[in-house]
Design a protein around this ligand. Sequence first.
Ligand code: AMP
Length: 489
Amino acid sequence: MDFLDEIDSRPSLSIAHIHRDKNMTYGTLKAHSNALAVYLINSFKTDSSPIIVLGEKESLMLVCFLASVKSGHPYIPVDVSMTEKRLESIISNSGAKVVIKTCEKNINDFTGTIIEKIDLERIIIEFNGRIPDINYRVKAEDVFYIIYTSGSTGTPKGVQITKGNLQSFIRWGRSILKGENKIFMNQAPFSFDLSVMDTYLSLTTGSILFSIDKDMISNMPELFQYFNKSGITTWVSTPSFAAMCLQSPSFNNNLLPNLKEMFFCGEVLTKKTAAKLFERFPEIKIINFYGPTEAAVAVTAVEVTEEMMIEEGDLPVGYVKEDCKLKIEESSGEILIIGESVAKGYLNNETETNKHFFIENINGKSVRGYRTGDKGYLKDGLLYYKGRLDFQVKVHGYRIELEDIEYNIRKIPYISNAVILPVIKNDELQYLQSFISLQENYSVEIIEIKEELKKILPEYMIPRKIKIIEKFPMNTNGKIDRKSFMEEL
Ligand code: AMP
């Protein structure tokens, strides 16, 4: 069965989504997404350009996602925290003609249609009971969603995930999940592909998606009160988020008595974090997933066993799903992913697409492949992750190209050059440090630079420490000598 039909066929009174004190049933999700889809079909008949859905964790976000694909448009989830500048660049790169807002946020200079939250509510009432023509629905090879990730040239890249890619992830994810009617914890913003794991595994199994938002995360006592009432059975987050929760001794199985499994992806799951989790939740099943946005969330997974915990070295990141193949490039150790999960490339960005994606002929069939930029090796069929080949880092689960920050800092008129470096302690990235030089005879306070950066970069990309230096050391190739900076950290 098409997974969209599967979502629609869940008992209409069952709860699909909870955010704070509000919840939405499967019946409402179906009716509202159908109503909005009919409106979108009527209003933008001949058009299949992507629709930007801007908001945070409101149930309406899910309504908009499903309405978009039911009306033949891929959706682009954009978090409310996105800066205006980056939103502009997403709008211009994607060619989106419609932005739907489930939150209050101003968008300037957009010539397309903006559907405000209040309009959205009106449309849903007006078109209530209408059913969209199924022929408009996105098909297996059509793009289902586009997620923008940090790009080394300073502009985000839009990863195009087809319905087939997502279908394949759901099938595999459900075989690992086993069972239905769970309660999933959704930590990642909808604009981060980790959220696809909890959202679609939850919706296709008739489970409840329990969303937490940024304000809740920045207020631990409040967050834990919500956790306490949640009944969460299935945890999906970055390892960093779990490590943050573990700092509080009350994060244990008294707080989450129904918790059965924890799914991690997006960054290294250290043995230290895993060990603490086993201590606090003695019955817990921990699954380590690995994969980039470009291969639809994840392509390998493994349950962390006691044996793995006592073996030397890092935890493995998993066995590859059956419709994909991994290759390790001999010269560089780079992990290549080939198969059903690989995205259609970056939207309107041929240069980057050609650089990272390729086609492989398997038994006379053209199959897409992706060069991950990750280093790794295989042992007894298990993949081990060994870091990056480039300047991509993860800060609290957020994927960042250091060159993206550098490029944007250099755009500030009084800054002549900038280098960003990760500060690593005990094998873990602690924060980003920036070294900058100013235009001649210019002086400025660090706080001012940070204020300037807040206008162009999302909060998580702003280096915690900034140091102004006179001159950049160069290496023999005439490039900035990053190594000598590393020694200074
Ligand atoms: P994203 O596209 O944001 O999901 O980030 C993908 C990148 O996160 C991968 O290319 C890896 O560098 C890193 N990553 C994902 N899963 C893991 C994992 N289990 N262990 C280590 N790194 C991971």
